[in-house]
Design a protein around this ligand. Structure first.
Ligand code: CA
Length: 312
């Protein structure tokens, strides 16, 4: 009896020792801290930064090589490529109505086009379509919901106003899925696996995920990406800065691809990523690509911004 107990104790001791030995010190990407901060961002807690212009929270994505795209998705999602992306900061959530309201207040006061895209048609007022109408209330009813009915031009100008720009598709996809090739921000499993939801999407049963249209930004912490970004799958599609081209993955450079170069195929549509509250689960795949005309203001489209990390 005694011997059996001693054996059990020894086994337990060995198991605990082994567990301590195999636990790595740190593997979480968000643990890596930037050497210097860009102007306009200040650190508020470990791994989290605040933008002084709109008050939004940001996270850091270190310089990385990752597999962009996938070979078993739609034709425009491949070929999957090893792509290098320089370090950047990205908004933790989609831009909210509250934040966009501050931008409109600034624009109303200044009527300045200093941050406008060079191709932006004249006379933009940056007011989300239906902002004050019933449609706005239905699709994005509170200050903490993501702003919707904003065009590419609106998003581009907002980004400039906060000292940022729109993400490239490469930056967006890295921030969404990290470097381990996962399918979704949280991993490979379905958004509703295990009986809880990791994203706001078109579940097939209205409101099954808790929301019939958009959800307040950051409502699904269990759907966080490896870098701590929220709602990279679902809620609203997000404008990227790139022109959309279905052949881009064949042609893009290996480092910091950004489809704005004069040599890139000129195309009038812009990339949107991530799927939305009304889309089926397959569109939540982090490599899934879609596009819209830049003037489109839709109930399913918002955005978030990035700031490149200062060069060392
Ligand atoms: Ca989203």
């Amino acid at each position: 009896m005694k011997r059996a107990l001693a054996f059990a104790a020894l086994t337990a001791f060995l198991a605990v020792t082994a567990a301590i030995l195999v636990v790595p010190a740190s593997t979480h990407a968000a643990d890596e801290e930037p050497a210097t901060l860009p102007g306009g961002l200040r650190k508020v807690s470990p791994g989290e930064y605040e933008n002084e212009v709109d008050g939004s929270r940001w996270v850091y994505v270190p310089s990385s090589t990752f597999t962009m795209g996938r070979d078993d998705g739609e034709a425009d999602e491949g070929p999957a490529r090893e792509i290098q992306v320089s370090a950047f900061f990205i908004q933790k959530t989609e831009v909210s109505n509250k934040q966009y309201g501050k931008f409109l207040e600034w624009f109303g006061r200044t009527r300045s086009y200093q941050y406008a895209h060079k191709d932006q048609p004249a006379g933009q007022n940056h007011l989300p379509r239906s902002w004050a109408r019933e449609a706005y209330k239905n699709y994005s009813p509170t200050p903490d919901h993501p702003v919707v009915f904003v065009s590419f031009w609106d998003a581009w100008t907002y980004a400039g106003w906060v000292g940022a720009r729109l993400p490239t598709e490469a930056e967006w996809e890295l921030a969404a899925r990290g470097t381990d090739g996962r399918k979704h921000p949280w991993g490979d499993e379905k958004a509703s696996a295990g009986g809880f939801y990791r994203a706001n999407y078109g579940t097939g049963k209205p409101g099954a995920d808790g929301f019939e249209t958009t959800a307040p930004v950051g409502s699904f912490p269990k759907g966080a990406s490896p870098f701590g970004c929220l709602d990279m799958a679902g809620n609203v599609f997000e404008w990227c800065g790139d022109f959309y081209s279905s052949k881009w993955y064949d042609q893009m450079p290996k480092k910091d691809p950004n489809n704005i170069a004069p040599a890139a195929p000129k195309h009038s549509v812009r990339s949107v990523r991530g799927g939305s509250w009304s889309d089926r689960s397959s569109l939540l795949r982090s490599s899934y690509r879609d596009y819209r005309k830049p003037e489109t203001q839709g109930a399913m489209i918002g955005f978030r911004c990035v700031i490149p990390a200062p060069q060392k």
